[in-house]
Design a protein around this ligand. Structure first.
Ligand code: GDP
Length: 335
């Protein structure tokens, strides 16, 4: 595909034992399946390579392997799989005995690291909805300890693992994916800077730059992220998408099977009864800015809208520059 050169798409691979929850994660995050429906998912028994290019800005692929994949099988092409991989997500079922999973984690990580030492290794300690807070902390500590000890014992001192507690029944899975994806976006510091400038000059409390389809936030300003605020913004995206899908699609668009009416004119404003305002503006076909601000700071909408236009222009320049630079030098993807 010439329009979307391969090197612009950070690739994420999901690994994990059978029934650890890989397909569920993929369906919930990228296909808007509701968590309860995942109970009826067929178990994966073949290598599924899913490419979610067209609908999502975060252009990565998910490779879903059966837990029983054999790295020592000569037909297993690890170059092909790990060579251009940005992040490897290993899913561990926290409600199950995880010793087998830890062995597999060690094999997978060391194998991948030998092929490509730039891969970011992310461990999702998953299904933590059914367990107590104490259990969460304890299993995270235990898994962290064992996994890093195993790597040390095998002589891999440079491999760094990151850990996330996740569940598809709340927003933790989106939050974890946001962190994973952000590590793969080379423009992140610039995006954060643009967001910081935008909020200080517009009286905004907090702003997220969202990938609309997945509700992953690819950047936010430097104020700390509060889970409730993030959830509120996710819910707002759902409302806007649902409404524009009902009222926004023209007959033509429906005939052309366009999936979403979210376009470059989408915007929405919600006033909450605690004098807070949620303001959503599209940035481009994939991205939206969602801001939270206090009602008393919303007296001059014109100023905010103007600042937003400047912000949007900045964003498009950042990505333009990046693509141009990459056309000349594909090697600097790693930094
Ligand atoms: P896969 O074989 O790794 O693709 O695993 P599946 O996606 O098929 O998931 C196996 C089972 O775990 C399904 O019944 C899911 O409903 C369940 N599951 C997945 N994620 C979660 C979670 O976060 N919490 C709970 N309680 N169950 C989950």
């Amino acid at each position: 595909n010439n329009e979307n050169p391969e090197y612009l798409k950070p690739k994420i691979i999901l690994f994990g034992l059978r029934r650890s929850g890989k397909s569920s994660i993929q369906k919930v995050v990228f296909h808007k399946m509701s968590p309860n429906e995942t109970l009826f998912l067929e178990s994966t028994n073949k290598i599924v390579k899913e490419d979610i290019n067209n609908s999502s800005f975060v252009q990565f692929q998910i490779w879903d392997f059966p837990g029983q994949i054999d790295f020592f099988d000569p037909t297993f092409d690890s170059e092909l799989i790990f060579g251009d991989c940005g992040a490897l997500v290993f899913v561990i079922d926290a409600q199950d005995d995880y010793l087998d999973a830890l062995t597999k984690l060690n094999q997978t990580v060391t194998k991948a690291y030998k092929v490509n030492s730039r891969i970011k290794f992310e461990v999702f300690i998953h299904k933590v909805d059914g367990v107590s807070d104490d259990f969460k902390i304890e299993s995270q500590r235990d898994i962290h300890q064992r996994a890093t000890d195993d790597l040390q014992d095998a002589g891999f001192h440079d491999i760094h693992l990151s850990f996330h507690l996740t569940s598809i029944y709340d927003h933790s899975i989106f939050e974890a994916f946001s962190k994973v994806v952000q590590k793969l976006i080379p423009q992140l510091p610039t995006l954060e800077n643009l967001l910081n400038i935008l909020i200080t000059n517009s009286g905004i409390e907090k702003a997220f730059l969202f990938d609309v389809v997945s509700k992953i936030y690819i950047a936010t300003d430097s104020a700390p992220v509060d889970m409730q605020t993030y959830e509120l913004c996710c819910d707002m995206i759902d409302v806007v998408i649902d409404l524009s899908d009902i009222y926004g699609l023209t007959v033509e668009a429906r005939q052309n099977q366009e999936l979403s009416a979210f376009d470059n004119k989408s915007s929405s404003l919600i006033k909450l009864n605690n004098s807070t305002i949620l303001y959503l503006k599209e940035v481009n076909r994939f991205l939206a800015l969602v801001c939270i601000l206090r009602e008393e700071n919303f007296t001059k909408q014109g100023v905010i809208d103007y600042n937003f236009l400047v912000f949007r222009e900045g964003i498009s320049k950042v990505f333009e520059l990046r693509s141009k630079k990459l056309e000349h030098n594909t090697d600097d993807l790693s930094d």
